[in-house]
Design a protein around this ligand. Structure first.
Ligand code: ZN
Length: 134
């Protein structure tokens, strides 16, 4: 049910932004969807469409999903790599789809084999922009 709570917070944020900026009409909200999260995108989009009906200000708003690929940055050698590169180095890479915190236990930099890397992009879900008419 996490998808529903998330969808509601996205709608609320857009509606509150519209009120704060005195927008007459919300047009589009960009929602960045990271590759590394356990949110079901279909359920999330469905929840958005259902819940927005409860918010008059959100009725005119289009919610655009922007898929963001994961990117990792090695702290040892500064090599930047993708989830695809990681999967080639490790059979257990599937785990990070569910528990990003576990990534370091299973994964290594494909270049220098260091387990010391950070997730530079593709984590979680957040709002990228909110557009509307004044
Ligand atoms: Zn490295």
């Amino acid at each position: 049910m996490h998808e529903w709570a998330l969808a509601e917070s996205v709608i609320k944020t857009a509606v509150e932004h519209a009120a704060a900026e005195k927008l007459k009409k919300l047009k589009e909200t960009g929602v960045v969807f990271g590759e590394l999260q356990a949110i079901d995108q279909d359920i999330f989009v469905f929840a958005l469409e259902e819940l927005r009906r409860q918010y008059p200000a959100a009725k005119t708003c289009r919610f655009k999903i922007i898929n963001e690929p994961a990117a990792f940055l090695c702290k040892a050698c500064a090599h930047k790599f993708s989830l695809k590169a990681l999967k080639k180095t490790c059979d257990e890479a599937e785990f990070i789809h569910f528990v990003p915190e576990m990534a370091h236990t299973f994964l290594k930099c494909p270049k220098c084999q260091s387990p010391d890397f950070e997730i530079a992009a593709g984590r979680g879900v957040h709002i990228s922009y909110i557009r509307g008419d004044k």
